[in-house]
Design a protein around this ligand. Structure first.
Ligand SMILES: [Zn+2]
Length: 200
């Protein structure tokens, strides 16, 4: 089992931010069958066979193309669409996807930085719809990493939310009888516990 905090630093992709405005390069990558795409509906994805389901560009529905970056000599995108139909089974959010990433298979761990990047941008896009200055609907730019107001030109950037996470322990560190405090929310599935954490 890999600790979740290490998932983000193992095999991270090159975010290729200089490519985000290069429309010709973006089109070229999208036309390349080696490119891999993750379909994100709202901020949920649909795993297949217990794995994150990367597909070719020609297998995706219509939506916003978000460049995640480059890794292993290929480009990686998210294709962001509206929230899934609640009657459509199999869609899962970040918390439910963590068990897929925490296995020992190298390919599972390699998915984590790309998945977190995709879900972070998708969640931001889902909740950031209107210019805070004049209420005009925002338009995506920079391969999904900026939202610009067509009326006043003000640009919105992805947000970073400060959070804390801690492990409360009792007893001699590393001793066999050392204890730690875990919590759970009533709405969580049976058997899920977490260290204490929250936004601040
Ligand atoms: Zn505006």
């Amino acid at each position: 089992m890999t600790a979740p905090h290490t998932l983000l630093t193992v095999d991270a992709h090159d975010r290729a931010s200089v490519r985000r405005r290069d429309e010709a390069w973006l089109e070229q990558q999208w036309a390349d069958p080696a490119t891999r795409v993750l379909v994100v509906a709202g901020a949920q994805v649909r795993p297949r066979g217990g794995r994150i389901d990367w597909v070719r560009p020609d297998e995706t529905p219509d939506g916003l193309r978000v460049l995640l970056g480059e890794r292993d000599d290929r480009a990686w995108f998210a294709l962001v669409t509206d929230r899934p139909d609640p009657d459509e089974p199999g869609w899962a959010g970040l918390r439910d996807l963590l068990p897929l990433l925490a296995g020992d298979a190298p390919e599972s761990r390699a998915d984590a930085p790309l998945l977190f990047h995709a879900l972070g941008i998708a969640e931001w896009l889902a909740v950031t719809r209107f210019c805070p200055r004049d209420g005009t609907p925002l338009e995506p730019r920079a391969a999904g990493h900026e939202l610009t107001c067509p009326r006043c030109g003000r640009t919105q950037f992805p947000r970073t939310d400060a959070a804390v996470i801690m492990l409360v322990t009792h007893g001699e560190p590393g001793a066999d009888d050392e204890l730690c405090l875990l919590g759970r929310q009533r709405v969580w599935p049976r058997g899920r516990f977490s260290t204490l954490a929250g936004f601040y």
